[in-house]
Design a protein around this ligand. Structure first.
Ligand code: SF4
Length: 215
């Protein structure tokens, strides 16, 4: 199965209750051979209408942040944990995440990225497989068996809460260091020894060396 087959197989998915209120399944968009993937939570109003993730105000902010680290949307792949819009943009329910998560994992397997940037709590917890708050792990590279996870605040959260904008911008600058590391081929080597998780940086603005952690 390739990415197109997977998208086609979900077009009429009725596996969870979100099928009833959606306009369409929002599968994902971007470069199917991307080395970098971004994963958000679920489609919102505009995404549901247009069939693409991150097309509203949060999408514009994401595009600007990508440009700030030299990335364009055409070279990455963007998807969500949940492929159908929850009513009134409510949080996805645990059973909805459990039902839809296998398709995200399949998507990741088919794209085979080196780096997966998770946007917000739901995507981060889904891919780390742990109930961990985004504020505890954001801006840190975490090595998983097949790729590195880099959790970021969700752009929509930064739009709703202005004080989160600066931390989000700072984390994108940390992402730049991770991208440079990836470019240098450091992601190609398997980890040689377990790394003790480090404490979160005390000062948000101080530049931190890249810390690759194991979960
Ligand atoms: S959210 Fe996922 S599991 Fe639920 S109907 Fe949509 S595609 Fe299917």
């Amino acid at each position: 199965m390739n990415l197109t087959d997977l998208a086609r197989s979900l077009r009429n998915c009725q596996r969870c209750q979100l099928a009833h209120g959606r306009t369409q399944v929002v599968f994902g968009t971007g470069n199917p051979q991307a080395r970098i993937m971004f994963v958000g939570e679920a489609p919102g109003f505009y995404e549901d209408k247009q069939g693409e993730p991150f097309v509203g105000a949060a999408g514009k902010l994401l595009t600007d942040l990508l440009h700030s680290v030299g990335l364009s949307r055409s070279e990455i792949y963007i998807a969500n944990v949940i492929k159908c819009r929850p009513p009134n943009n409510r949080d996805p329910l645990p059973e909805e995440i459990d039902t839809c998560k296998p398709f995200l994992l399949q998507q990741i397997e088919l794209i085979n990225p080196k780096l997966v940037c998770t946007l917000g709590n739901f995507a981060t917890q889904t891919l780390l497989g742990k109930k961990v708050g985004i504020t505890k792990v954001r801006g840190r590279a975490i090595r998983m068996p097949n790729f590195v996870v880099f959790p970021l605040l969700h752009p929509a959260a930064a739009l709703h809460q202005g004080s989160l904008r600066k931390p989000l911008e700072e984390d994108f600058q940390k992402l730049k260091a991770v991208l440079d590391d990836m470019q240098a081929g450091h992601f190609d080597d398997p980890p040689t020894a377990p790394v003790t998780p480090q404490k979160a940086p005390q000062t948000e603005s101080a530049p931190q060396p890249l810390q690759m952690e194991l979960f």
